[in-house]
Write a new protein. Structure first.
Length: 512
């Protein structure tokens, strides 16, 4: 177990770095920050030259890879870090200096347990991308296929483990302070971040995620998931089909290649909606660098380390919330928040519906190009405090991905109306999943499953209450009231006295 002294030292070191970049100003000035925490923040910046404009992205980059990932997570929480910080943190990139290929080769051979020439005929030593967790090299397999090989950076697992250990400790110290800090549930946020990174550091999990997503996306042929080379994949090495396309971030190259940008935007939005709402399993890192345009108007995705999953009940609530906001049915959106227990029951549904109207109506009057899911989420975050809405960690990835997909889509087609694009899909899904036919089908399935369990239930009852054996039934016994005299040694004493009295009585009778 790590000593509190070590945790404190790390936090002071990181806090000093954040203070030098002005990244603690907003938290220090926020009236909702507990007094004791504000004092610690003032101590962290003591003597530091603080810039006028905070540089959040630079601060997290200076701390290290784990902080970069944490910063990317916090970018999805404007309610926690503020709008300005969230926008600045979106600039965080995973680009870091690459590890020398000799180190990467040793890592690969150690993971495979065999020389590389048994797997690849050629590997380019210069990486095509280097991030905080891994770097990627292009290679050719012994069968002649071009592949991308993703290799975990040596030592990164230990570095993340140390950092997350301290994040957990810090969250446990500040959450009991209560108030706004407790409502934002920092321990739950860090726990969610921990699970994300654990999955991202295990490449067999990433490969499995890509494989599952490919199966789910069979209904969207214009969205491509590259195939996994399982024979060349381990926990620290991932080999995947090479994608030869144009990054969606390179708008000029897309136009020069003759791509229909509005079509690509619609493909991306439909793919995300199918993943998040229809399947409940979605690519949660769909930024422009992870998306490529392929011939035929197709979009390919890479990097499946961060995936989100939502159960069916939450997807139903989500679909109804989106559709309610699209159609202006704020009363129903409010009711769903109460049904899902996102808003405590002591609040008034009608009041919450009015607050939602204040968020939704201004967007409905905007031009198409100015309507934004990001704005809607910011508005919802703004009213969470007034209605004591507790942070929902299971929705953080979804919120982040919605804003990300919207940014990529509007970058391709500034005039795209995400509400109109999403509306028909969401409406059809709601009709299919929540309509009368779906209700009857669900009831039939539930009842059939219950009937199928009846034989096993009867067998368990018989095991608990077996039929009578060969002995005749015992005669009924007179009910005699039991008297509790005491416990422990008193029971022993009474038993001995009773036995002695019985022996004495029997001797007297015999003598008489």
């Amino acid at each position: 177990m790590t000593s509190p002294v070590v945790h404190t030292f790390r936090l002071l070191k990181w806090g000093r770095t954040l203070a030098r970049h002005g990244a603690l100003q907003g938290l220090e000035r926020d009236r909702n920050t507990p007094l004791r925490l504000r004092r610690l923040l003032r101590l962290a910046r003591l003597g530091a030259r603080v810039p006028e404009a905070p540089r959040y992205a630079e601060a997290f980059t200076a701390i290290g890879p784990a902080a970069i990932k944490l910063g990317q997570t916090l970018a999805t929480r404007p309610d926690l870090v503020g709008d300005a910080a969230a926008i600045d943190l979106l600039r965080l990139q995973d680009a870091v200096a690459p590890v020398p290929f000799a180190v990467i080769r040793a890592q690969m051979e150690g993971s495979f347990g065999r020389p590389l020439d048994q797997f690849y005929t050629h590997i380019e030593e210069a990486p095509i991308g280097a991030a905080s967790i891994a770097q990627v090299h292009r290679a050719v397999t012994t069968e002649g296929r071009t592949v991308a090989v993703k290799v975990l950076r040596p030592g990164v697992e230990e570095e993340f483990a140390r950092a997350i250990d301290t994040y957990e400790w810090a969250a446990a110290q500040i959450e009991p302070m209560g108030g706004e800090i407790a409502r934002l549930q920092p321990r739950q946020v860090i726990e969610m971040f921990k699970r994300w990174t654990q999955r991202e550091l295990n490449f067999t999990r990433e490969a499995a995620s890509a494989s599952e997503l490919a199966e789910n996306m069979a209904a969207e042929p214009d969205f491509v998931v590259p195939a996994i080379d399982w024979q060349r994949t381990t926990g620290r090495v991932l080999t995947i089909e090479w994608i030869d396309g144009i990054k969606l971030s390179d708008r000029a190259a897309l136009i020069a290649a003759g791509h229909d940008l509005p079509h690509l935007a619609r493909v991306l939005v439909h793919a995300f909606l199918r993943q998040a709402i229809a399947d409940g399993f979605f690519h949660a890192d769909m930024h422009q660098g992870n998306l490529f345009a392929l011939p035929g108007g197709r979009v390919a995705a890479i990097d499946f380390g961060i995936m989100g999953r939502i159960d069916r009940r939450a997807r139903m609530w989500l679909a109804e919330i989106l559709y309610g906001l699209i159609t202006g049915n704020y009363r129903r959106v409010a009711e769903i928040h109460f049904e899902a227990q996102y808003v405590p029951s002591h609040h008034n549904v009608a009041e919450f519906a009015t607050a939602l109207r204040a968020v939704g109506e201004p967007m409905r009057g905007l031009p198409v190009k100015d309507m934004s899911i990001g704005m809607m989420l910011d508005g919802l975050f703004a009213i969470t405090r007034d209605f004591d809405m507790v942070t929902q960690p299971h929705l953080l990835l979804l919120q982040k991905t919605m804003v990300m997909v919207e940014g990529v889509a509007t970058g391709l087609d500034p005039d795209i109306n995400l509400w109109e694009t999403a509306g028909p899909f969401v409406e059809e899904w709601i009709r299919t999943e929540l309509g009368p036919e779906a209700a009857v089908a669900d009831r039939i399935v539930t009842d059939l499953r219950t009937l199928s369990r009846l034989p096993d239930l009867v067998r368990r009852i018989e095991a608990r209450f077996p039929p009578p054996g060969g002995a005749p039934p015992a005669p009924p016994l007179k009910v005699i009231e039991r008297v509790r005299i005491g416990g422990g040694w008193r029971y022993v004493a009474m038993a001995l006295l009773g036995a002695a009295a019985g022996v004495a009585g029997l001797s007297a009778v015999q003598a008489w």
